[in-house]
Design a protein around this ligand. Structure first.
Ligand code: NAG
Ligand code: NAG
Ligand code: NAG
Ligand code: NAG
Length: 293
């Protein structure tokens, strides 16, 4: 039985990660202007709303972390733009999920998609647009930039209750590690992404050291520096899942490393972002990011 489960999960995991090979030059012939269109849109939106970068990054995390359950055949979806879908009369979508996940700035993706559809209709997925926008959000906030692997497809399923799969701010180190491992992500990825991972599950203030920490994560502009790790070492973290990073020798060593070196932090962050955003599923290219075709 154990062997059988191991075999099945190995097959499933390999099918998740090989479901759709992503590539750097995916749109070179079909829509080379897609990325610059997204960058322009994000930049413009940031000028009138400083919370846009944090919102886009958070949206991308949500998208990639939801519906990745390797033991269940039906749910092999990661970054598939399910977070962008509107609720319908028959279905309550992720964006309206429990508890209040307080996502915003969907309009930025709508504008970028509309512009891209006008010049290359039916070619660029909403999931890729969101991955580009998250990268731009980081680099336009003074963080590193990187080449986003492309070729994701959009999913057709978005369930409100799936937001319960996100890591909770109250998770201890083993729960965090498990949540990341289920998505093929390592302890290194966990620490590098922790500034944002903990804020994924929107919060009940009473579970947090700092009242309304979750709300603040949404309204303060993202600063891409390693200051978070310094604060963490000083015991000034917002979430108990952040403090959990100090309870394991390996993650604690990583926290110290990133606190000492902005360069090491950026390198690890980029690597983790690429790994996280390469969890793919999906089956179509939507025309409008809020509705399935
Ligand atoms: C999606 O929902 C938003 C907010 O409820 C609404 O303003 C918008 O018109 C909807 N869009 C579509 C295409 O259904
Ligand atoms: C959840 O969101 C709805 C509308 O989006 C709002 O009316 C309600 O007050 C929110 N609840 C909490 C607990 O924040
Ligand atoms: C979500 O889960 C709760 C509790 O398990 C359940 O009562 C509710 O009906 C579910 N909602 C949806 C939309 O599936
Ligand atoms: C983390 O929490 C889980 C569930 O409550 C518990 O089983 C586990 O022992 C805890 N692990 C640590 C390292 O505290």
């Amino acid at each position: 039985m154990a062997t059988f489960i191991a075999l099945v999960s190995a097959l499933l995991v390999s099918s998740v990660y090989s479901a759709k090979a992503l590539s750097s030059n995916y749109y070179d012939h079909t829509c080379p202007q897609a990325e610059s269109m997204v960058s322009r849109t994000v930049k413009k939106a940031m000028l009138s709303d400083k919370t846009v970068p944090a919102a886009l990054l958070r949206m991308h995390f949500h998208d990639c972390f939801i519906r990745v359950t390797p033991f269940c055949l039906a749910f092999l979806l990661g970054c598939d733009a399910s977070v962008l879908l509107n609720s319908t009369s028959k279905n309550q979508a992720e964006k309206d999920g429990p508890p209040n996940i307080s996502l915003h700035a969907f309009y930025v993706i709508d504008i970028a998609k509309e512009e891209i559809e006008a010049s290359c209709p039916g070619v660029v997925s909403c999931a890729d647009i969101l991955a580009f926008a998250a990268r731009d959000a980081v680099s336009l906030s003074g963080g590193p930039t990187w080449d986003v692997p492309k070729g994701r497809l959009d999913g057709r399923i978005s369930k409100a209750n799936d937001t319960l799969q996100l890591p909770f701010p109250t998770f201890n180190i083993s729960q965090l590690q498990q949540s990341f491992a289920q998505r093929g992500l390592s302890l290194d990825d966990l620490v590098a992404l922790s500034e944002f991972a903990a804020s994924l599950q929107s919060v009940c203030p009473m579970h947090n050291k700092v009242k309304n920490a979750g709300a603040n994560m949404d309204t303060t502009p993202v600063a891409f520096d390693n200051g978070y790790f310094e604060l963490l070492l000083q015991g000034k973290s917002l979430f108990s899942s952040d403090q959990a990073l100090l309870t394991n020798p390996k993650t604690k060593a990583l926290v110290s490393k990133y606190a000492c070196s902005q360069e090491e932090f950026e390198k690890a962050f980029v690597k983790a972002m690429i790994r996280m955003s390469s969890i793919t599923g999906g089956e179509e290219i939507r025309r409008h990011c809020r509705v399935v075709r």
